[in-house]
Design a protein around this ligand. Structure first.
Ligand code: HEC
Ligand code: CU
Length: 369
């Protein structure tokens, strides 16, 4: 084999090589652009995570701030770029006899004052509303309804201390009323982010962070854990449902009630027996109308979502199930068959349930409304 030094085939002498290089570069760029565009596709669709449709006073304030900064930055960008283009043109090298040198300056107090004062004013115009928003947006109004948000790998728990309710995945709130989320984490850092309602805020183990929430419209708001928190971080969604006041009262009333202990011999009874016998009671609280049968996992202990009113939440497993391509029952079947296959690293183990046991469990779980 003959080794050819690079200089022996000069770049210009091989137009094909040049073409190929251009092609690789262009394809790379187009590929990157498409890849980035696809991130956008994932975020919109059924669960839009956009900050541009604010539905609460806090989110509106953040949105206003964004547009203020955006327009200031746009004006600065256009002026600076415009000046560069004009200067490039006016002072280009004209290569002719009559081209004159621009006037040479050294030090100009007037100019220096101008280009210091203008940016200082711009920064002040951005800083004052930003800092005041940052402070206002971390404080809850007096009398706001408190919901404690506890982050777990990989689901959100919601506890209503006044109402004495515990639920998971779906936070239910009354519309047009201030709610104060008092947040913490049971394990690692998480971050609660429901873009239509507020910005992001950390959930820190051993600390309480505050997030004022208020939904201006009834409806569902989607969110996501916004801090990488381990293997299934991408499968940790948040969902907030805002209801009319009367509907909310009904919801609270229903959640406060225990669920019915199945009667012996019913199909629910079989599922309940599987629940009792397959270690489920080590991690899941269920409150029954017969209190002696209730299974209460202490707060300090390792726990999974409370299942007393499991079927009243339309989603489960960090609000990622059921997926858009499956029914509730199919999703539940898959989940019970092998949780870590659905959510890698899941703390709910594969309990090697038989198909019969899974079917029985589903009947019982679906009766817990
Ligand atoms: C070692 C603890 C543990 C055991 C044992 C366990 N689970 Fe779980 N379970 C969890 C955890 C943790 C989650 C939340 C997983 C997630 O979303 O990442 C969960 C989630 C669930 C969910 C979804 C709840 C929701 O609203 O998101 C159901 C239903 C469930 N488990 C049923 C069962 C049944 C039935 C058994 C017994 C066959 C069982 N679990 C055994 C820890 C456990
Ligand atoms: Cu998280």
């Amino acid at each position: 084999m003959k080794l050819v030094a690079r200089s022996e085939t000069p770049y210009d002498a091989d137009p094909m090589a040049r073409f190929r290089q251009h092609l690789t570069r262009t394809t790379g760029l187009i590929g990157t652009a498409l890849l980035l565009a696809s991130c956008q596709l994932f975020e919109t669709g059924d669960q839009p995570l956009t900050t541009f449709e604010p539905q609460s006073p806090a989110a509106e304030r953040i949105d206003d701030l964004f547009w203020l900064v955006f327009w200031i930055a746009t004006v600065v960008f256009v002026l600076v770029m415009g000046a560069i283009v004009v200067i490039l043109f006016v002072f280009r090298d004209k290569k002719s006899e009559d081209a004159k040198e621009p006037k040479q300056l050294h030090g100009s107090p007037k100019l220096e004052v101008i280009w210091t004062v203008i940016p200082a004013l711009i920064l002040a115009a951005i800083a004052v509303p930003t800092v005041s928003a940052v402070f206002d947006l971390t404080e809850c109004e007096d009398g706001a309804m408190v919901v404690e948000v506890i982050g777990h790998q990989w689901w959100f728990e919601y506890h209503y201390p006044e109402e004495d309710i515990s639920t998971a995945n779906v936070m239910v709130i009354p519309v047009d009323q201030p709610v104060c989320a008092e947040m913490t984490s049971d394990d690692v850092l998480h971050n609660f982010w429901v873009p239509a309602l507020h910005g992001k805020r950390y959930l820190v183990p051993g600390q309480t962070t505050i997030l004022p929430l208020e939904a201006s419209e009834t409806g569902e708001y989607w969110g996501h854990c916004a801090e990488f928190c381990g293997l299934s971080h991408s499968l940790m969604r948040a969902r907030v449902v805002a209801m009319e006041d009367s509907e909310f009262e009904d919801w609270v009333g229903a959640q406060q009630e225990p669920t019915t202990l199945p009667a012996e011999g019913t199909p629910e009874w079989d599922g309940y027996q599987v629940f009792l016998n397959k270690a489920c009671t080590q991690c899941h609280t269920v409150r029954f109308d017969d209190e002696t049968a209730s299974i209460i996992i202490p707060d300090e202990a390792f726990n999974g979502p409370e299942l007393t009113h499991f079927a009243s939440r339309e989603v489960f497993a960090g609000a990622v199930l059921p997926g858009s391509d499956q029914t509730y029952q199919q999703a539940l079947k898959n989940w019970l068959a092998n949780p870590p296959a659905i959510k890698p690293g899941s703390y709910m183990p594969n309990l090697a349930l038989t198909e019969q046991e899974i079917n029985d469990l589903i009947v019982w779980l679906e009766s817990n409304e």
